[in-house]
Design a protein. Structure first.
Length: 176
């Protein structure tokens, strides 16, 4: 029984829109990745300045423990594209990424959203698991198609990326 009680003793993170002061904390979340990933984060932060209403940070005791960057596609205002979800090492066990996605879907900017898209690297099991849970929550299936394949860049070795589309449950889309 002690194991179940520990779940209720977990601290609850504060979820809020990212601000300029969060840049250092966001970069710290991805420190363990390659410098190319850091450059992507910097460009994501620039993009984030234009979409704080569709992005979220999770803060625990003044420390950033999670970040999700999303934006409404300008050519398809019914689609929310989730660009990046980062969770600190110790925070992943508590379902923080799912909590952040739920928070995003309740934002005013997501009122007209009927589908969510993201790209997932073929070997990224954490992201596959997160978006499988999200699709289940939506009572939907993931539609998966090749997005960025090695065939596009034969001179560079990288994992294939898949475009994942999840249609939102009608009552969830209306309520958002």
């Amino acid at each position: 029984m002690k194991h179940h009680l520990e779940l209720f003793e977990q601290p609850i993170p504060t979820l809020r829109a990212p601000e300029g002061r969060d840049e250092e904390g966001i970069i710290a979340l991805v420190k363990g990745t390659s410098s190319q990933a850091i450059r992507r984060v910097h460009s994501s932060l620039v993009a984030n300045r234009f979409s704080p209403e569709t992005s979220v940070v999770a803060e625990l005791d003044g420390t950033l423990v999670g970040w999700a960057l999303a934006y409404v596609l300008p050519f398809d205002p019914e689609t929310l594209f989730i660009w990046k979800v980062e969770i600190s090492e110790g925070a992943g066990d508590a379902g923080l990424a799912s909590l952040m996605l739920g928070h995003l879907m309740r934002q005013d900017a997501c009122r007209g959203i009927t589908r969510v898209q993201t790209s997932i690297r073929s070997d990224d099991e954490d992201s596959w698991s997160l978006f499988r849970r999200f699709a289940s929550w939506q009572r939907s299936r993931m539609q998966i198609q090749p997005f960025v394949t090695q065939a596009l860049f034969p001179q560079k070795r990288h994992k294939n990326e898949n475009l994942v589309t999840i249609e939102l449950a009608a009552e969830v889309a209306r309520a958002a």
